[in-house]
Design a protein around this ligand. Sequence first.
Ligand SMILES: [Zn+2]
Ligand SMILES: [Zn+2]
Length: 343
Amino acid sequence: MRGMILKEFQKPLVLEETNEPEIGPNQVLVKSKSNGLCATDLKIVDGLIQTAPTPLMLGHENAGEILEVGSNVTGFNSGDRVVVVSKQTCGYCQMCRLGSEEMCLNSPGRLGIELHGGFGELVAVSERNLVKIGDNVSSSAACLIGGTLGSPLHAIRMANVQLGEHAVVFGVGGLGIHALQILRYLGANVIAVDISEEKLTTAKELGATEIINASKTNPVEAILEITNGLGADLALEIVGGSAVPIVIQQCIDLLKRGGRLLILGYHMGQKVPIDPAQLVYKWIQIIASHNHTVKDVADAASLVNDGRVKAIITDTIPIEEANDAFQILRAGDPVGRIVLEWS
Ligand SMILES: [Zn+2]
Ligand SMILES: [Zn+2]
């Protein structure tokens, strides 16, 4: 089979023939169709994810079609269209047994990060890591159901969002634009904050109650005004990169008493100064999250299948041109996701 392979960090990927993976009795062989590209991929290529090895076939936001099933597999058949849930879990550790498989203590790794993922034409994956997708979902949209939708869905679940609450989304790029739609579906009033007019226009089209361009307007003052001086119930930091410390402080300033700060974006090794007195005197809760469970992905699949949430694709690019796609992503987080497709 062919694979787009990262052979050395900070070097372009190389298209090469490589060995086909073999499946165990509880696994299936998936023909990779589409891969969402995200900031994590850039971190991997740059050598910033300590656990990622080389050579590696990336592709942790992957979907495809089943080619072959192992002898013990009962829930799937060849021909099924599936989303691949990247994180492999043991199913037996204390966290898995408590139902928090995303926090598995014995995870063998994540496909596309520690293990080979959808940048290979074929992917071996355990049956428990698959979610079927409906006929309404295109294969390019399908890969966004895992990381792009499942991860914000998981975080939003942790924050226990209620109907009518004010939620502020800082950063309506790939993850944020999908977080916004989930929050809208749950009945929250969503205030989108970004510095890109293009992203804010898309946010408005997708149901943002208010949009704020932080390069022109002070978001803290604007949100206090929108909420009659009370502040927002929930603030999501999904900007990542160098803006994280400023945005986290703005989130704390604009939350109401008892508000929740949800952190999803990060920059490895970055320290954020926080005044604990401000947290204490405002009863602020801080929630941080990455990854998702198979159930999160199944629920995200159902939201996309019946159109309650739209998978936002910026561009679909043949996977052979992955290096160009990385350049586009590096030049600026686009509106929605870039999808790399195997022909
Ligand atoms: Zn990702
Ligand atoms: Zn486990």
